[in-house]
Design a binder for this molecule. Sequence first.
Ligand SMILES: Cc1cc2nc3c(=O)[nH]c(=O)nc-3n(C[C@H](O)[C@H](O)[C@H](O)COP(=O)(O)O)c2cc1C
Length: 191
Amino acid sequence: MDIYEAIMKRRSHRLYKPDMPPREALERVIQAALWAPSGGNAQPWEITVMAGKVRDEFVEVCSKALDQLREDMKKMGVPEKGQELTARFMKDLGGAPVVVAVTRYKAPSEHLDLAFIQSGAALMQNLLLAAHAEGLGTCWMTGVIYVEDEILKFLGKENQQLVAITPIGYSAKEPPVPPRKEREVRWLGFE
Ligand SMILES: Cc1cc2nc3c(=O)[nH]c(=O)nc-3n(C[C@H](O)[C@H](O)[C@H](O)COP(=O)(O)O)c2cc1C
C-alpha cells in the first residue's frame, strides 16, 4: 500500500466484526510498531496484545473510565448523541476481538518525559498505519486514562505509564471522514 494512501485512508473504527485476524498479520503490525523512532533510540515502551478471556477482562477494566469520561464530555459540550456513541463504544471497544495496550517507562527527567511521550505516540501511529495496510481497523484511545492505575495493575506494569490502547479487528462499519481544519503552514525562504 502506498504510504500516502495509508495515511489518508486510515480511520478510527468503532464497530468491529468478531472474526479473529490471523496471528501473522498481528505480528507484522507489532513489528512495524516497534520500528518507530524514539528519543535517543531509548525504545521506552512495552506492548501487550490481548484476545479471548484476557481481552474481555481488560475491556471491563477500561469501561470503568466511562463515568468520568461522561463528566468531561459534558464539560466540553459534546452533544448528547456523541456522548452516547462514545459510551457504547467504550463498553465493549466496538466488539473488537483483539485489544493492544501500549505502556512506557517513567522518564528520569522532564526532557526525557517529552521524548518518551512522543516516542510512544510514534509507535502508536506506526501500529495504526500497519494495521490499516493489513486491512484491519483500529482506534487510538486515551479516554481510558481515568483508570490508568487499574489498567497498569491489570497489566502488571505498575511501574510504567499508559500511552494508549487500541482495539484491532475487521471493521464492521466504514466510519465517516472527520474533516481536517485549515491550518497555517508557513513556507519561508522558498522564493
Ligand atoms: C491521542 C489520541 C487520543 C484519542 N483518544 C480517543 C478515545 O479515547 N476514544 C475515541 O473514540 N477516539 C479517540 N481518538 C481518535 C480520534 O477521535 C480520531 O483520530 C479523530 O476524530 C480523527 O478521526 P480519524 O482517526 O478517523 O481520522 C484519539 C486519537 C488520538 C490521536
